[in-house]
Design a protein around this ligand. Structure first.
Ligand SMILES: Nc1ncnc2c1ncn2[C@@H]1O[C@H](COP(=O)(O)OP(=O)(O)O)[C@@H](O)[C@H]1O
Ligand SMILES: [Mg+2]
Length: 124
């Protein structure tokens, strides 16, 4: 199949507030992002981490790992798991790895970085 170039900003399609949070994440050690329900916090968290991992891959830092955590597995399942299962196939694979638990691994062409989540259903 022919390669299709995807622009990262088209992929994430940040809202203005998400864009501010993304810039803050790049410039600061800590970013606090609050707001009303459905404001886009969970979406931002997923895509900001994935975007950051893609940036690491572009800089030659392969297999970098990040964690995305919720207090309980139920919250993780509610906010994130279904979304990870709908990620574009070319971007990476979501699986329940024996070593890392539920995790999303970027394709090698994007650095093979890993986003892992916790707690795993095995631990709850
Ligand atoms: N930039 C965006 N582009 C497209 N859809 C978005 C964007 N930001 C949020 N959404 C969608 O809006 C809905 C609410 O976002 P969500 O992240 O769950 O909000 P919150 O965590 O603040 O309650 C979800 O369906 C999410 O996929
Ligand atoms: Mg949320």
């Amino acid at each position: 199949m022919a390669d299709v170039k995807v622009n990262l900003s088209d992929l994430v399609n940040w809202t203005p507030r998400q864009q501010v949070a993304w810039m803050s994440m790049l410039e600061n050690k800590f970013t606090l992002y609050g707001g009303a329900r459905f404001g886009g916090k969970s979406y931002w968290l997923r895509w900001a981490l994935i975007s950051w991992l893609i940036l690491q891959g572009m800089r030659g830092h392969k297999h970098v790992q990040v964690g995305l955590f919720c207090k309980t597995y139920a919250e993780l399942e509610d906010r994130h798991i279904p979304k990870f299962t709908q990620m574009p196939e070319w971007l990476g694979t979501f699986s329940d790895s024996q070593v890392y638990g539920l995790s999303f691994r970027l394709s090698e062409q994007y650095g093979g970085c890993l986003l892992y989540t916790s707690p795993s259903p095995r631990d709850s």
